[in-house]
Ligand binder design. Sequence first.
Ligand SMILES: [Zn+2]
Length: 129
Amino acid sequence: MMPATETYRQRLLKEREALLAEVHKKVQGLSAAERVSDDEQAQRLHEDFVHLRLSLLDAERLRLVNEALDRIEVGDYGLCLNCDQPIPAKRLEAVPWTRYCIKCQDELGSQWQSESEDWLRYWRNLALP
Ligand SMILES: [Zn+2]
């Protein structure tokens, strides 16, 4: 295994740990069924919706992270799943769980992924102290 790959592996493992903790926390944070006013109910439903949505994004990220770890195991990590070309180190450093090179990502137009990125950024900003 290349030393760089080991670095990515460590980062992926950390990311996986953080995501698991986050998903767990969010599921626990969902509103308990208690009697509240309609206004509050609506507010809580909205919060639950946001929580669920973020959890889905976390779950999706988790899937990508697990896939990347599998690719490290079988030894084809860092290759684009679409064109088989090596993904530039810069991109892997930014997004170690990426599946495609930038060109293929653009061509495939993965809206889901870019949307996830936006939401993650949004959520991370919220989470800042
Ligand atoms: Zn590609």
